[in-house]
Write a protein that binds this ligand. Structure first.
Ligand SMILES: [Zn+2]
Ligand SMILES: [Zn+2]
Ligand SMILES: [Zn+2]
Ligand SMILES: [Zn+2]
Ligand SMILES: [Zn+2]
Ligand SMILES: [Zn+2]
Ligand SMILES: [Zn+2]
Length: 1676
């Protein structure tokens, strides 16, 4: 009754009010009833009485970090929460870290999940008094048990009933009390429609704003439903029909329901109740068990009528929010109670088919489906075993899977060819069943019951049925004549194969564990294989092949003409089982139980052989017309993801075949399938073949096929590193893989992992052996750590390793030969020694000495000897040599391992010494080899042939020593020796030639160098000079000590010898001198707004049109930085280049809308030499001061006099200006009254000394600074232009001073060239800029600036001196001063003015510091040495106190003040030193101590005294990026606790951390988009505008990726500063290795930021990778 009165009273939900009322009216009383007392006492009591669980069970939030131990977890799905992990032993193990996708819970305390250390410290305590099967109900009072039963039964049932209720207008079992006409139009979520579609539709349907629509859409996506309209039925129904109409055009319409408000209200309350139940059972295990009982109790309708069943079966019809709520309840109740977990698992297994069917119909992600709970149940080993034996789960899963793949061809095989979109969608969903099957199989049984055997084999049967449907699927036929028209569908079949790969492997693992099961499985598999191929060999014509006196019967079949399929899972499974027979020795123990006699080797090998021949033919180019799909299939067939159950097993099957049949027969069949039988069986065929002028393509094809066939034989004999085939163990296998990977090149850990197959636990087994075969090399500042092959492992290198791709093979060959040359060894790469075969495969080696084999080898050698025509290739010979080598190795090993009673049956050496029989009369193989050794055209193979002959002799000796006494040197040996000598001589000669050539080249080069120096003598001298000056700078770097010789400032300024500066244009390569009257030379430059030095990031940016930048606030919240790559061009060359770029861009944009890394419309371009992003150019100028310095007379005024004069001059100027504006209204009288200082001529207009071209560039750069710095439209007339130029100069110097200070580098001589050049030009430019701007404007600026220090009556309303950055003030004053000085002809030098200005500003700065320094003394002044400075400071301070009244505290000692002053003024002095150095071109710095100025009379100081004393610390610390934690998981955890600030507590999908200020943002999401300059931008872009004036550095926490942003269109990703133990980053957190902060790399990022190089970095990244340009960075 109360429910509708509380819930859903209006169009919008009011959750707080509703919850409050519900708690008060509805839930509160139930809690009272349950506890029998005030729940505020009752619940804590329960909690206390409860024996806390030893299971953690914490349910993961989206994005929360989870940990799995690679050493101890039973399977990778066993995870710990962060808290448990930190308290567990696994911290010290090899662990893996991932972020949770939500759902799932912590497995801490689950003894079945961990091989070791199942408890963390916290949960261990709870296990002390374990009585596992104790009924938790005994802890509860009896009456409470009864009450709990009642209340749980009622509430749970109510909730289930109402949630599963389908009518829109009635209530279940309840009267509609309030039959009011209030309805909701409820919109449901689906995964078909996009956000945009939904938002657009909603705007139309319910007339809402875009913002509201976004809100609705976000909630629908999150909760699964949201009412979009409230009102009477008609009103809602109308909206519904609009939505349905609008969304049904292409797809099925959005689901919309018009529901009565009472129903919605009850449903809301139902959900609330479920949450409430979840929290109540949290208090006590007893209550939890009661709830479980209630939930699983069968209802009146029998099977499937329990509440739990009902919910599960209704799952796919529920909306997302409701599903989440009840899944949570299940996890905290059923899955936490061991007894009921089992019962629930049974219910789940029984409903499995139905649940999967529902899931298949549903379109929601798996994470929100109840089907996803399978991982919680099936991965528990005992449960899985129980479900297999009692519920026949394996069979159920496989059969369910088969049910969903109904599309078959006539033979009953799967067919994916004509899949519709819907079928493809279902196919994707059905794959989750394979994952379930994997879960069930993942823990292998330690002991077998008969029941388990029985049920497993039943499942195996079902599995074979599945494989049978795959055997031979997607068959292909070679396309001749025309190219295929449509690429056939192949991906589905391979997806299936890939997904099943692990399951197939696990099936075999299970079989290996029990002999009986293995035997049965083998039999079953064989039967199925025979079923598959009965009828295969029928219908095809039998033929007889014969060669070398052997003959065999087979069928006529050509891969190139008939159907062939790559998919042979049944054959391959049998091959796998066959190996297991050998490995487990079942084959020897119970031969009578095995159907070995039924095996027909030709039948077994037929299909795998066809498949391998297909690969060979594709490689030979015979299948070109079949398109790319085939190429892709072949690729995957060999790929590491599939090969274990495809390619590898085909080789095994051939090995099985050969070991069971006459190798001659095998080879003949093989020749026939390769379609090469004719060539080798007919004598002289080769000869005829080569002389005939047959089609060159065919010959080429045959050559490749022969090569491929030889390669296949090498693999069949050589690949014996799987346990069961050769006598090896699993580590040998993995070691061999690693050795061969590293033979190609050194590799990073992750590269190796990728190249190795993973098992079901995602392990490769690499870590355990890597140390034995490789050394680790740590990474530097970039790049990653690498493993390098140990040199001693090189001898295990096999050139024909079967997992090499062609490219890898040739790379490895090259690398290994190079290595051998470096070690001064011969370059032969002989086959490595191999382990012996297992007995079951032992007879396989005979293939090497079989007659047909010898015939093939002989034929090819013969061709090589004859060396005629092109029907022969070197790689053919190389392979034959390799085979010969293998055979010899084999024989040698046989001899070495010879025991008494054994007879050596392997007599290869004898056979190859025998000459061919009549009618051929060909020479013996050995003889041919000896001939070839001296063949001139086989230089590369000589070393190998020599190695073969040597081995041959060794074997001969071995044989002889075992039989008779040693004989003298054999002929071969002598021959070998002599040939070796000859060879040595030849090599020496070649080396000599090479040496001579090298010397000649060196001589030529040094000649050229000399020539160059002569030609460019001037240039060289100049560089030498420059070198000199910069070294002198290094010596005098202490700014406080004044230097008598060099003075950069004042009338005594050192005159620098003016040297000519000649520079070269990078565009036209012409040289030119930098002079005032010549054409302008410019530097490419990039201006940007910067907040790198900001001490106040919250400042709101003022309106750029009105903002007055004359005074910079000391918080430096936003400055203008200028940088340059230092490349020089002619102004006109640049102009031409820029115009060309602009024109090209315009054309390009018209044609296709390509983005570029630079924005031409904003004046951006790339430096033509280094592609550095630039947006303007700075003109190069000679030192400008020299131009305006006139004769100086000896008597220079002192400061007081100077100020007086200047003030008078200014007054005069003011009057003049007033006069102008008031036009002759009697001001001339005043003019007369005022005595103009001597020599001051205010009407004088100075002449601009610069050439037109330079003037133009001065304007260009000035305007650019103004435009970028203020973010306004360019206006060269604006009086703020010069201010911005001075500001940029001051700011750039400040940033550079900070960088130098941070790195503890001296002020001079340590700047990179480009920065040095940039600062020189920038300072000189800023000093010259006044010549192109309006004189009165600059004069007015000077007046105002000066007035801030020397007040006059004209300029009121100036900032307090505490609010002025003094360095900016100094620069502006000094640079605007010439505008006044140029009209002064009294003979006072410009330098005097500079000096006085400097004194004045320094003094002001000292006062700033003194006024704001903290004056606590802390008893620190132990030092009582009252030095001169301290006394002076104290005097000044006392004077200040007098002026300001009581605002300052009395201080007795000056020591503390002096210390503050020194620290505070240092950055200013250092900046000033840089400034005057660049301004006046005086090489070494000189500083005047601030204390000199104490004599200054500052009568007006009291004016400022009244102002508030804000505390700016003047020893401003450099800004750093935020501190990052060492362990990356801390960040993940931080991010998982972060929720979107806009959508009320919702978890953010892409939490992103600003590295500048540490703010966490909700990036890349609709919810946090804001409008910026009329465009919607994501949270990051919006943040950059407040935090970094457009530039930002972020860390995307989920992706572990650094993000650089600049403006709205520029961005790039940058490697994060986190590395794993193998020195690699993990972008995207895919591998999950623990990550730790690499301080050096973080510093590097910080430096990029401090140097303002972020934008440049983005530019380079975008130029290098065009795809970055297309990303919508502004949405991040
Ligand atoms: Zn935990
Ligand atoms: Zn724990
Ligand atoms: Zn562990
Ligand atoms: Zn040029
Ligand atoms: Zn450049
Ligand atoms: Zn958000
Ligand atoms: Zn920030």
């Amino acid at each position: 009754y109360y429910v509708p009165k509380i819930y859903c009273r209006g169009p919008n939900p009011a959750p707080q009010r509703e919850d409050l009322l519900a708690q008060h009216v509805l839930l509160g009383p139930m809690e009272w009833y349950l506890c029998g007392e005030d729940p505020a006492f009752g619940f804590p009591k329960l909690e206390q009485a409860n024996k806390p669980s030893h299971l953690c069970g914490r349910v993961f939030k989206v994005g929360e970090p989870t940990y799995s131990c690679r050493d101890c977890a039973v399977d990778p799905t066993c995870v710990l929460c962060m808290e448990c992990f930190l308290g567990s032993i696994h911290r010290e193990h090899r662990y893996r870290m991932t972020t949770s996708g939500g759902g799932g819970f912590c497995d801490c305390g689950d003894t079945e999940a961990w091989k070791e250390g199942p408890y963390c410290q916290k949960h261990e305590l709870n296990t002390s008094e374990t009585a596992e099967e104790e009924d938790p109900l005994v802890h509860l009072p009896e009456d409470m048990v009864v009450r709990a039963y009642n209340i749980f039964a009622i509430t749970f049932k109510y909730a289930v009933d109402i949630l599963t209720w389908e009518k829109e207008n009635e209530l279940p079992g309840l009267e509609m009390i309030e039959k009011s006409d209030t309805y909701y139009c409820m919109l449901f979520n689906d995964e078909v429609h996009t956000y945009e579609q939904v938002i657009y539709t909603l705007q139309k349907a319910v007339n809402c704003t875009q913002k509201e629509a976004i809100g609705f859409a976000t909630t629908v996506d999150r909760d699964g439903r949201r009412s979009v309209r409230y009102g009477d039925f008609q009103y809602c129904d109308q909206a519904k029909s609009v939505i349905v109409r609008n969304t049904s055009r292409q797809t099925k319409p959005l689901k919309v329901q018009v529901m009565h408000s009472s129903i919605v209200a009850h449903q809301s309350f139902g959900l609330k109740l479920l949450t409430w139940l979840g929290s109540v059972i949290g208090y006590s295990d007893g209550l939890r068990r009661i709830l479980c009982q209630v939930g699983l109790q069968e209802g009146p309708d029998g099977e499937n009528s329990s509440l739990v069943d009902k919910l599960m079966l209704y799952d796919s019809k529920l909306w997302k929010g409701a599903r989440n709520v009840y899944h949570q309840l299940f996890m905290s109740s059923l899955l936490m109670d061991l007894k009921y977990k089992k019962l629930f698992a049974i219910r789940f297994a029984r409903n499995y088919r139905q649940l999967q069917r529902d899931y298949m119909e549903d379109d929601h992600e798996r994470a929100v489906s109840v089907a996803a709970l399978s991982v919680q149940l099936f991965t528990v080993p005992t449960l899985a075993r129980m479900l297999i034996t009692e519920e026949n789960l394996m069979t159920t899963i496989i059969k369910t899977f088969m049910d969903h793949l109904r599309h078959r061809d006539i033979q009953g095989r799967f067919q994916f060819e004509r899949y519709t979109a819907l079928q493809a969608f279902k196919f994707r969903r059905v794959q989750s069943l394979i994952v379930d099957l994997k879960y069930v199989l993942i823990s292998k049984p330690t002991e077998w019951s008969d029941d388990l055997r029985h049920k497993f084999l039943e499942g195996f049967d079902a599995f074979l049925e599945l494989l049978k449907c795959m055997q031979g699927m997607d068959p292909i036929t070679r396309q001749v004549g025309q190219h295929i028209e449509m690429e056939p569908e192949w991906e589905a079949a391979f997806t299936l194969q890939m997904k099943l790969t692990l399951v197939i492997s696990m099936m075999q693992d299970w079989c290996a564990l029990d002999e009986k099961v293995l035997i049965e499985a083998y039999k079953k598999c064989l039967t199925v294989l025979m079923q598959c191929h009965s009828g295969f060999t029928d219908g095809e014509q039998p033929i007889v092949l014969s060669m070398c006196g052997h003959s065999v019967e087979t069928i006529r079949y050509c891969v190139s003409q008939e159907k062939v399929s790559i998919h042979l899972p049944v054959s391959r499974l049998l091959a796998g089982l066959h190996v297991l027979l050998s490995k487990t020795e079942v084959a020897y123990k119970f031969p009578e139980l095995l159907p070995l006699s039924e095996l027909s080797p030709p039948m077994l090998i037929e299909h795998p052989l066809r498949c391998l021949v297909l690969c060979a033919q594709v490689h030979a180019g015979m299948w070109r017309r079949n398109g790319f799909s085939l190429v892709n299939q072949i690729y995957y067939y060999h790929n590491v993801k599939c090969r274990r159950e495809m390619f590898d097993k085909d080789i095994v099957m051939l090995q099985t075949g050969v070991s069971m049949m006459d190798p001659n027969h095998f080879l003949m069949i093989m020749l026939s399938r390769f379609e090469l039988y004719q060539i080798f069986s007919t004598p002289d065929y080769g000869k005829r073949f080569s002389t005939e002028n047959t089609n060159k393509d065919v010959v080429q094809q045959n050559n490749t096929l022969i090569e491929e066939m030889l390669y296949l034989i090498i693999m069949i004999v050589g690949e014996r590193f799987s346990p069961g085939i050769g006598q090896v163990n699993a580590t040998d296998e993995i070691k061999r893989e690693i050795i061969h990977q590293l033979s190609i090149r050194p590799m990073a850990h992750s590269e190796l992992v990728k190249a190795l197959p993973e098992d079901e636990n995602r392990e490769t087994g690499m870590e355990s052996v890597i140390e034995e075969v490789a050394c680790f090399k740590k990474p530097g500042l970039t790049g990653r750590g690498l493993y390098e092959l140990k040199p001693e492992c090189a001898r295990n290198f096999n050139l024909y390793f079967y997992h090499f791709s062609r490219a890898e093979q040739s790379k490895a060959e090259e690398a290994q030969r190079k290595l051998k040359r470096q070690n001064r060894e011969d370059t032969a790469l002989p086959p490595p020694a191999l382990p012996p075969f297992c007995p079951l495969f032992a007879s396989l080696v005979n293939i090497l000495q079989s007659d047909v084999m010898l015939c093939i080898m002989g034929t090819i050698l013969q061709w090589a000897v004859e060396h005629n025509g092109y029907a022969w290739s070197e790689s053919m010979l190389q392979r034959v040599l390799h085979l010969l080598g293998m055979a010899l190795q084999e024989e040698k090993q046989h001899l070495e391992n010879l025991s008494e009673e054994n007879v050596v049956t392997f007599t290869f050496t004898q056979k190859i010494s025998r000459p061919g029989e009549a009618p051929n009369n060909s020479p013996s193989i050995l003889a041919m080899l000896e001939t070839l050794q001296n063949a001139p055209h086989l230089e590369v193979h000589k070393d190998m042939i020599r190695w073969i002959l040597k081995t041959f002799n060794t074997i001969k000796k071995l044989r002889e020593s075992s039989s008779t006494s040693p004989v003298a040197e054999t002929e071969g040996n002598i021959m070998e020796e002599s040939s070796r000598d000859k060879d040595k001589a030849e090599r020496k000669r070649k080396a000599e030639i090479a040496r001579l050539r090298r010397e000649k080249i060196m001589a030529q080069m040094s000649e050229m160098q000399r020539h160059f120096i002569n030609e460019n003598k001037e240039l060289f001298q100049q560089t030498l000079e420059e070198l000199d000056t910069s070294t002198s700078g290094v010596h005098e770097n202490s700014p406080v000590i004044s230097d008598a010789k060099l003075t950069a400032l004042g009338p005594e300024q050192t005159r620098v010898a003016e040297h000519r500066q000649v520079v070269m244009c990078i565009l036209c390569q012409e040289e030119q001198e930098v002079k005032v009257d010549s054409r302008a030379m410019v530097l490419a430059a990039f201006i940007q707004r910067s907040t790198v030095l900001s001490k106040n990031r919250n400042k709101t940016t003022p309106d750029p049109e009105k903002y007055d930048p004359l005074f910079m606030h000391p918080d430096l919240s936003c400055g203008t930085h200028t940088g340059s790559c230092g490349h020089i061009m002619h102004a006109h060359c640049w102009q031409r280049y820029f115009d060309a770029v602009q024109a090209k861009e315009q054309r390009r944009q018209q044609r296709l809308r390509v983005h570029t890394s630079y924005d031409v419309e904003n004046g951006e371009f790339l430096c033509p030499l280094c592609e550095c992003l630039s947006n303007t150019v700075i003109p190069l100028l000679p030192p400008p001061r020299v131009l305006f310095n006139r004769l100086d007379f000896s008597g220079q005024p002192n400061l007081t006099q100077w100020i007086k004069t200047i003030s008078q001059q200014l007054k005069g100027l003011y009057l003049l200006r007033d006069e102008d504006s008031a036009s002759n209204s009697g001001n001339s009288e005043k003019m007369d009254q005022l005595q103009l200082p001597e020599g001051f001529r205010p009407d004088f207009k100075p002449k601009n000394p610069y050439s037109e071209s330079i003037k133009e560039m001065l304007t260009t750069f000035g305007t650019a600074t103004y435009k970028v710095g203020l973010k306004v439209h360019p206006n060269e007339e604006d009086p703020r232009v010069p201010i911005m130029c001075w500001g940029s100069c001051a700011y750039t110097i400040q940033t550079i001073e900070r960088i130098l200070a941070d790195e503890d580098k001296p002020l001079f001589g340590h700047l990179p060239c480009r920065q040095d050049d940039c600062l020189t030009s920038l300072t000189r430019f800023a000093a010259a800029h006044w010549t192109v701007s309006s004189l009165p404007a600059v004069q007015a600026h000077f007046c105002t600036l000066l007035a801030s220090l020397v007040p006059n009556e004209k300029n009121g309303n100036l900032p307090c001196i505490l609010d002025i950055d003094m360095f900016h003030l100094l620069v502006s004053l000094v640079l605007s001063f010439p505008a006044i000085h140029c009209q002064d002809f009294s003979g006072v030098s410009l330098g005097t003015g500079d000096l006085h200005l400097f004194h004045l500003v320094t003094m002001a700065h000292i006062i700033q510091i003194l006024l704001t320094s903290s004056t606590e003394e802390n008893g620190m002044d132990q030092e009582n040495t009252n030095s001169e400075e301290e006394v002076a400071v104290l005097t000044l301070y006392k004077f200040l106190c007098q002026c300001t009244g009581s605002a300052l505290k009395e201080i007795s000692s000056g020591w503390h003040l002096w210390r503050n002053l020194k620290a505070g003024i240092m950055p200013f002095l250092r900046c000033s030193a840089l400034f005057f150095h660049y301004l006046n071109g005086v090489p070494a710095p000189s500083e005047i101590q601030g204390t000199v100025c104490f004599v200054l009379a500052f009568q007006d100081i009291s004016i400022y005294g009244q102002n508030e004393l804000e505390s700016y610390l003047y020893a401003r610390e450099s800004n750093k990026l935020i501190d990052l934690p060492d362990d990356y998981s801390c960040l993940i955890n931080q991010a998982s606790n972060f929720s979107c600030p806009k959508s009320g507590g919702d978890k953010s999908r892409a939490p992103t951390l600003c590295l500048v200020c540490g703010t966490m943002l909700c990036s890349q999401s609709y919810c946090c988009q804001t409008e910026l300059e009329g465009e919607d931008v994501g949270a990051c872009t919006a943040h950059t505008y407040t935090c970094g004036s457009g530039v930002g550095i972020f860390l995307r926490v989920r992706e572990c990726q650094v993000l650089f942003l600049a403006g709205k269109t520029k961005g790039c990703f940058y490697p994060p500063p986190y590395l794993d133990d193998y020195g690699e980053t993990d972008q995207g957190l895919r591998r999950g290795n623990p990550l730790h902060l690499c301080k050096e790399r973080f510093k590097k990022i910080q430096k990029l930021w401090q140097q303002h190089s972020i934008t440049e970095e983005i530019g380079h990244a975008q130029e290098a990778n065009q795809t970055l340009v297309g990303i919508d960075w502004q949405h991040l």
